[in-house]
Design a protein around this ligand. Structure first.
Ligand code: ZN
Length: 343
């Protein structure tokens, strides 16, 4: 192919190691992206100019068994390479999974193989549990059972140190490049931790409850508030909400104008409470922790939407399984997507 080199001259270069199937895959992906962009443009979205890319960080491996082949639990063969690659993490593929396409990905200086595989969907077992969730800044997630969960994963000291080092170094230098990769590695580690917790929490919530009710709150508005923007950013609330939305058979979304923090469940009166008041009080004598109260109200409202008769969530006893620490939750995904390190 023709490549524009450093001196801005065109020169002819050979594709090395890339098989024709990989080239086809790249071509198809390019066409798909351009089609997508064109459709966005037609819908009125702003689409910038197309630019050349100096490198590609992902190569599609379309056909399992041909473009890539799992030889055993340690080695994988890629089309166009004589020697097999030693990989880590093949045990993550569930037994009996049907392999689909894969992507060879370069990320933070490492090579990964991202394999999509299909597993039979777990049949949902009815548990009889119903759950309301309240999302907040002080406490990230409060359940109607009274459980409070916080997921605050700020940037670690190591990230801050690596970022300072990166900023000091001279632009374009070899050391700057090394520092960049180091920083990317640290960020992707944090991202993976967040993703892992998110998956485990969502899977546990969906598995243990027949109905999960949440209120459609806009995190974007919280982001605007400078005081709590960082807290929202470093938390995984957004991830949990979007993860729950992938399970419409279980999730009930209550309207965002429903006064979940104001309504008294005993007498139906609306009482306004400022954010600093952590306990909800009503003139009828009812009082409850602010967040738990909101979560219970969201559940009651959600149950109305489901069409089930109104239940009093206060009477529901907290099942022992709910209070297990989050870290111990075993995640099970319906469609598993895994990343493997190529050594
Ligand atoms: Zn009341």
């Amino acid at each position: 192919m023709e490549v524009l080199n450093k001196d801005k001259e065109w020169e002819e270069r050979d594709f090395q190691a890339i098989s024709s199937q990989m080239k086809q895959g790249l071509g198809r992906r390019l066409i798909d992206s351009i089609t997508g962009l064109s459709q966005l443009k037609k819908k009125g979205h702003k689409v910038g100019r197309l630019k050349f890319k100096s490198q590609i960080n992902s190569i599609p491996l379309v056909q399992s068994g041909v473009t890539y082949k799992i030889i055993n639990d340690k080695y994988i063969k890629l089309q166009g390479f004589k020697k097999p690659f030693r990989v880590k993490g093949l045990h993550q593929i569930p037994i009996g999974a049907e392999l689909a396409n894969a992507n060879l990905v370069r990320k933070a200086g490492d090579l990964y193989l991202k394999i999509t595989c299909f597993v039979e969907k777990d049949k949902k077992v009815k548990t009889g549990n119903m759950l309301g969730l309240d999302f907040g800044i002080e406490t990230n997630v409060t359940t109607s059972y009274g459980e409070k969960l916080n997921f605050y994963l700020p940037e670690t000291k190591a990230i801050k140190k690596a970022s300072r080092k990166f900023n000091k170094l001279k632009k374009g230098s070899r050391n700057k490049f090394k520092a960049k990769i180091n920083l990317q590695k640290k960020y992707s580690k944090l991202d993976n931790q967040k993703k892992d917790i998110k998956n485990k929490v969502v899977s546990k919530l969906i598995k243990e409850n027949d109905v999960v009710a949440i209120q459609d709150e806009s995190l974007a508005e919280w982001h605007k508030n400078k005081l709590c923007s960082k807290k929202v950013q470093h938390s995984i609330m957004g991830g949990i909400i979007s993860g729950l939305k992938k399970h419409p058979e279980t999730l009930v979304v209550v309207d965002k104008y429903f006064p979940s923090t104001q309504l008294c469940p005993e007498c139906g009166k609306k009482n306004k409470h400022t954010l600093d008041k952590r306990t909800y009080n009503c003139s009828c004598g009812y009082s409850c922790d602010r967040d738990i109260h909101a979560a219970k109200n969201i559940l009651t409202e959600g149950m109305k939407q489901v069409g089930t008769e109104r239940i009093n969530p206060i009477l529901v006893e907290s099942p022992a399984s709910i209070s297990k620490p989050v870290a111990k939750i075993q995640a099970r995904l319906c469609e598993a997507r895994s990343l493997y390190v190529l050594a």
